[in-house]
Design a protein around this ligand. Structure first.
Ligand code: AKG
Ligand code: FE2
Length: 199
């Protein structure tokens, strides 16, 4: 962790807690982690079924955990692999600022601007009520859009830079949706790690 950049932003939002650390890792550390994870993670591309139609998911994913609990969303059930040393170190660093413990990390790899993650909430039963979800971004910056389910004025975006950490908490998964939209810009790859607790 970069001890010299403590800057953080706590967004004032109705029915959500959202905190952004732009430089959780510095650019050098973030680059290193990006290269290590790109090579060492067991990336897969699953089929998802949305509104009765089956497609390849528009990104690569992988699941790691310190227990055997699977994670299911969009008709996919993922079985975890055991945390690697790098993932364990990242988890320990993030737990200190998130002030909670995580069991599981879902990794996403967006190979280009045409990879994406559609509107959703991380509200699966196995995450429990008001889950804390910490997401670390490495590589190409991408916009994170989030909107309130019923308050139409509450629609925002944050550019998630390399090395940044975003922590979602409070009732965010109940009242808000988020997405990583596609972009036509010619950008490189991005890896995102979303730490969760699956009890
Ligand atoms: O890529 C991101 O920043 C968000 C990923 C996400 O929302 C998820 O995996 O649930
Ligand atoms: Fe999500």
């Amino acid at each position: 962790m970069d001890l010299f950049s403590t800057g953080k932003t706590e967004f004032q939002l109705p029915q959500a807690e959202l905190t952004y650390f732009p430089n959780f890792y510095n650019l050098h550390e973030a680059n290193n982690l990006f290269e290590i994870l790109k090579e060492s993670i067991n990336w897969q591309q699953d089929d998802i079924t949305l509104f009765g139609k089956t497609h390849l998911q528009p990104r690569l994913t992988s699941l790691y955990a310190n227990n055997e609990k699977s994670y299911s969303y969009s008709n996919i059930t993922m079985q975890p692999k055991i945390f690697t040393k790098e993932l364990e170190d990242i988890k320990n660093a993030i737990e200190k600022v998130a002030k909670t413990e995580f069991s599981t990390v879902l990794l996403n790899r967006y190979r280009s601007g045409s990879d994406s993650n559609g509107w959703h909430a991380d509200n699966e039963k196995e995450l429990g009520k008001n889950p804390i979800i910490a997401t670390l971004s490495l590589g190409a910056p991408r916009y994170f859009h989030f909107k309130h389910r019923s308050l139409k004025a509450e629609s925002h975006k944050i550019l998630l830079g390399s090395g940044s950490l975003l922590i979602m908490g409070g009732e965010m998964q109940r009242y808000w949706l988020h997405q990583i939209p596609k972009t036509k810009k010619d950008i490189g790859e991005r890896i995102n790690l979303t730490f969760r607790k699956i009890a």
